[in-house]
Design a protein around this ligand. Structure first.
Ligand code: GTP
Ligand code: MG
Length: 267
C-alpha cells in the first residue's frame, strides 16, 4: 500500500516500485543487491539520461527538417552519429544486464541429464548435502523430475534431477523422458553426466547432440572417479568440443568443490 502511494504521488517510479517487490522476494545476496540498486533509482537515472539525449537528438533533427530549404546546418551529422552510437552501446549493455539481473532474481535453472545409472541423483545429493533423490544401482530409478534449490556463491541454483535418457517402449519411462525434455527446454545451464567406469555408449552421443542442439551453457562431468576408469576421454572431448569437462566422485565427494567452483564461474 505504501509503495503504491509513493508511486501514485510520484515519489518513486515504476522500476523502483518493482524493485520493492524484488527485494522482498530476494532469496540470495546477489538478487538483493540487484533490487537495492534498482530501488535507489539508479536504473531510472540511467533510463532518464538516455531518454533526454534521444529527445535532444530528435528535436535537432526536426529543426533541420523544418528549415530544410535554407542552407543552415543546426546539427553536425558527425556529432549526431557519435551520440547515437554511444546510446546504442549503452542500450546493449542494459539489455545484457537485464539477462544477468533476471538470473539473479529468478535463479539459474540447472538440469542434470545423462543416461540411466551414471549417477545424476547422486550428484544432486552430494551438491545439496542430503539424500534428496533416491539412489539405487537399478537403471531407471528416477522417474519423475526432482527439484532442489541451492545457494552457490550468492546465486540461487534451481537444480532439477531427471530420469535417464534412453530408448524405451515402457510407457512410464517414456513419460519420464518427456519430462526430462521439458526440463531441458527450460534450463539455463545443463549438467551433463557420464559414467567414468564404463566405456562411452551411443546414448551418450545422442544426449550430447540433443543438448548441444539447444545452444545452452553446458558443464560436462565424468562421475565415478573412484572406480577404474574405462571411459574414452579423448573421444568424449571430441564429442563435446569446447564444453568444460570435470571429473568427480559423487560417492566419495571427491572434487565436488571443484564442480561447485566451476558452476559458480560458468554463469
Ligand atoms: N563407485 C561409485 N558409484 C557411484 C557414484 N555415483 C553414483 N554411484 C552409484 O551408481 C548407481 C546409480 O546412481 P544414481 O545416482 O541413482 O544414478 P542416476 O543417474 O540417477 O540413475 P537413474 O535415476 O536410474 O537414471 C548407484 O548404485 C550409486 O551408488 C560414484 O561416484 N562412485
Ligand atoms: Mg536418478
Amino acid at each position: 500500500e505504501f509503495t503504491q502511494r509513493a508511486f501514485l504521488l510520484g515519489r518513486i517510479d515504476l522500476s523502483q516500485a518493482e524493485a520493492v517487490a524484488d527485494l522482498i522476494r530476494a532469496k540470495t545476496e546477489a538478487s538483493c543487491r540487484v533490487a537495492a540498486y534498482q530501488l535507489k533509482g539508479r536504473l531510472s537515472e540511467r533510463l532518464q539520461g538516455m531518454r533526454e539525449q534521444l529527445v535532444k537528438a530528435c528535436s535537432r533533427l526536426e529543426i533541420e527538417l523544418d528549415f530544410s530549404e535554407e542552407d543552415l546546418e543546426f546539427v553536425s551529422r558527425k556529432e549526431l552519429m557519435v551520440v547515437l552510437r554511444s546510446l546504442r552501446r549503452e542500450m546493449r549493455c542494459l539489455l545484457e544486464s537485464f539477462n544477468r539481473g533476471s538470473v539473479c532474481r529468478e535463479g539459474i535453472r540447472m538440469v542434470i541429464v545423462g543416461r540411466p545409472n551414471v549417477g545424476k541423483s547422486s550428484i544432486l545429493n552430494t551438491l545439496v548435502e542430503r539424500e534428496r533423490a533416491i539412489v539405487t544401482e537399478v537403471p531407471g530409478t528416477t522417474r519423475d523430475t526432482v527439484e532442489e534449490a541451492l545457494d552457490i556463491g550468492g546465486l540461487l541454483f534451481l537444480i532439477t534431477d531427471t530420469a535417464g535418457i534412453r530408448e524405451t517402449t515402457d510407457p512410464v519411462e517414456k513419460e519420464s523422458i518427456r519430462r526430462t525434455e521439458r526440463a531441458l527446454d527450460e534450463a539455463n545451464l545443463v549438467l551433463l553426466i557420464f559414467d567414468g567406469s564404463e566405456s562411452l555408449k551411443i546414448e551418450d552421443k545422442m544426449i550430447i547432440d540433443r543438448v548441444k542442439g539447444l545452444g545452452k551453457q553446458v558443464v560436462a562431468v565424468i562421475n565415478k572417479l573412484d572406480l577404474e576408469q574405462r571411459i574414452e576421454k579423448k573421444k568424449l572431448k571430441e564429442w563435446l568440443s569446447e564444453e568444460v569437462l570435470i571429473e568427480v566422485s559423487a560417492l566419495e565427494r571427491r572434487d565436488v568443490p571443484k564442480l561447485i567452483h566451476t558452476l559458480e564461474t560458468t554463469v
